[in-house]
Design a protein around this ligand. Structure first.
Ligand code: GTA
Length: 179
């Protein structure tokens, strides 16, 4: 496959280790693709918000939210598929670095979406880079707090049900079913 331009080293610093082809194939795909990758998204940014911002660069064919492979919830990235190459280039040129939900987002050229690429590849289910992060990230902290709250709600519900069904008899520790 021939390269369209000689030096494409500036197109993207990212190399997908799962790309099924040679470095030349990868670079060719980066030049021809109408897909962009968005990184550093808030876990709480919705597809509608992404649509609203990215349709400023051109008509969008599809948006694919990146998901944690365990929880199936957004984990900070997505793919935007345009109809035209020019629109994808404009998204990289003009939207990268803008603030969305208080975070500077990163828009990168992408070689093209394929089924499976929507899942985080980190061991915990999210993105690999989140596992190396040493700084404080309010999004991740909020996710942990919310997960804790959900578990607490679950425990409270179980306790309430147990109280309706059982009663103490002969001191604590001995539970008997209510009649
Ligand atoms: N176009 O920048 C990108 C990009 N990123 C970061 C992810 N994707 C991207 N696409 C474009 N540009 O479909 C895509 C992936 C996949 C999806 C989720 O998003 O192609 P991921 O982020 O969970 O996993 O992908 P990915 O991309 O394979 O991880 P990454 O960041 O390249 O890391 C690869 C390896 O580098 C890791 O195995 C790790 O050993 C090492 N590494 C990564 N970050 C660090 C770090 N901070 N310190 C040390 N080592 C690190």
């Amino acid at each position: 496959m021939a390269l369209l331009f000689k030096d494409q080293s500036k197109l993207s610093a990212y190399r997908d280790r799962r790309f099924p082809g040679t470095q030349d194939d990868f670079e060719y795909a980066l030049q021809a693709s109408t897909t962009v990758y968005i990184g550093n998204l808030s876990f709480y940014t919705t597809e509608e918000q992404v649509y609203e911002l990215f349709s400023r660069a051109g008509e969008i064919k599809k948006i694919i939210m990146g998901l944690d492979k365990n929880t199936k919830t957004p984990c900070g990235f997505c793919f935007v598929l345009y109809y035209s190459r020019e629109d994808a280039e404009d998204a990289v040129k003009y939207i990268s670095g803008t603030i969305l939900d208080d975070r500077p987002i990163r828009v990168d050229f992408d070689w093209g979406f394929q089924e499976g690429r929507q899942w985080g590849r980190g061991r915990s289910g999210g993105q690999v880079r989140d596992e190396y992060r040493t700084d404080y990230d309010p999004d991740i902290l909020l996710k942990i707090v919310n997960a804790g709250r959900q578990k607490l709600d679950l425990v409270k519900r179980e306790l309430k049900l147990a109280r309706q069904k059982y009663t103490h008899k002969g001191g604590y520790g001995k539970l008997v079913q209510k009649e």
